[in-house]
Ligand binder design. Structure first.
Ligand code: SF4
Length: 398
């Protein structure tokens, strides 16, 4: 669970930077707003996100700093069309803290019609009372990190919840008034068979989510799983088995009426995650909280954009905000050419594809010849076979 980022986005914690001047934002296109809550009950074995198993005073201090950072944002006044709370585990915070941060976002960014407000949610950290509080505060979409419905998978992954808690969280979310509900599942888990994965899909669909995010486990450096892998202690499905699991997911979702709209995402028509679509379509976004990434224009012109990464460590982030700084540890000016390149890399993940004009004609011929992409009405999109070669297609086209 974390913010989707443009290629080359996040960097390490370094020096705070100066704040640029404000624009007349009201006339500009709306942005997607992301709020990062960096705390988790414990660190999962596969996780390399900017998350910390911290407790005590640092938690309310970071909430306070995040609220201050939102309210004095250089993007204040810029309208927003989606808000997404991710982490970390946002629902580790009391509902009142999440409500307070959402209010700060809504006070800072005028909203547009059809505002989408999502929070990620760990099933082990919510009950109906907290979910009702979130719904009353304005959250209208929940993304539950189910990951698996097998207890042994969840224990291996280091998750703090049980399958039963996921079932209960879904029921509680519905009673609290959440009709828009996503479940995250991971496949390619240690020791997982195709049959076990299919069973997970069936159990997920029995809960009638209107959105599923299905990711293959990847082994990231500096994680517990990476150390196990290096010692030969992880029995992972091989590439062929992972392909079978992915293809099974596509088939099962299609049968259940969940349309694939991105390589790893499936939704009932109209229930696509509009916040994540903004990233994949190369639109502007602002990020708040430790480690959050933003990418917004700095003048009325669409380019260049200023891409920033907020200071990652909660204590350092809070120190900098308290000192009146912007708490940005890395920034770069993104020019139109680089932006177009990144748009290809991300946009090709979508079923709607990307505009064919301006792509490498040599690369396009090659991916068409291989049957990895097709052109329809001036747009290039992956074929089912091409979804297994997304990076190769993106590299060829860009
Ligand atoms: S819940 Fe686990 S996977 Fe998600 S951010 Fe926290 S530690 Fe990482």
């Amino acid at each position: 669970m974390t913010q989707l980022q443009s290629p080359g986005g996040a960097g390490g914690d370094r020096c705070p930077r100066r704040t640029p001047g404000r624009l007349d934002f009201q006339a500009l296109t709306p942005v997607a707003v992301y709020v990062h809550i960096p705390f988790c009950p414990s660190k999962c074995g596969y996780c390399d996100f900017n998350s910390f198993a911290m407790q005590g005073e640092i938690v309310p201090r970071t909430v306070e700093a995040t609220e201050r950072s939102i309210r004095r944002s250089v993007s204040a006044g810029r309208p927003c069309k989606t808000v997404f709370f991710g982490g970390g585990t946002p629902t580790l915070l009391p509902g009142s803290d999440l409500a307070r941060l959402l209010l700060a976002v809504l006070d800072t960014h005028p909203t547009t019609d059809g505002l989408e407000v999502t929070t990620e949610c760990n099933p082990g950290t919510v009950d109906e009372a907290k979910l009702s509080e979130l719904r009353a505060a304005g959250f209208e979409r929940i993304s539950l990190g189910a990951q698996s419905f097998q207890t042994h998978d969840l224990i291996q992954l280091g998750r703090v919840h049980s399958p039963t808690q996921t079932f209960e969280a879904v029921r509680a979310a519905r009673r609290a008034g959440f009709s828009r509900l996503n479940l995250d599942l991971i496949f390619g888990l240690p020791g997982q068979s195709l049959a076990a994965w299919r069973q997970n899909l069936v159990q997920a669909l029995e809960l009638e989510p209107n959105h599923l995010s299905l990711y293959c486990l990847t082994i990231e450096s500096n994680t517990r799983f990476c150390r196990y892998w290096n010692r030969g202690m992880l029995d992972l499905p091989d590439d062929g088995a992972q392909v079978e699991m992915y293809d099974a997911a596509v088939e099962v979702c299609a049968e259940a009426g969940l349309r694939q709209y991105e390589i790893s995402n499936f939704a009932r028509p109209g229930e696509e995650c509009r916040h994540n679509l903004a990233y994949w379509r190369g639109e502007e976004y602002e990020g708040y909280g430790p480690g959050a990434v933003g990418c917004v224009r700095t003048s009325a012109a669409a380019w260049p954009r200023r891409r920033t990464t907020r200071t990652k460590h909660p204590a350092r982030f809070s120190d900098e905000v308290e000192a009146g700084l912007e708490a940005v540890c890395e920034e770069e000016a993104l020019d139109e050419l680089t932006g177009s390149f990144e748009r290809v890399m991300l946009g090709i993940r979508l079923n709607e594809g990307i505009v064919a004009d301006g792509l490498s004609s040599e690369g396009l011929s090659e991916v068409l010849r291989r049957g990895w992409a097709a052109v329809t009405a001036g747009r290039v999109a992956l074929t089912p076979a091409g979804r297994h070669f997304c990076n190769e297609v993106a590299a060829a086209l860009a």
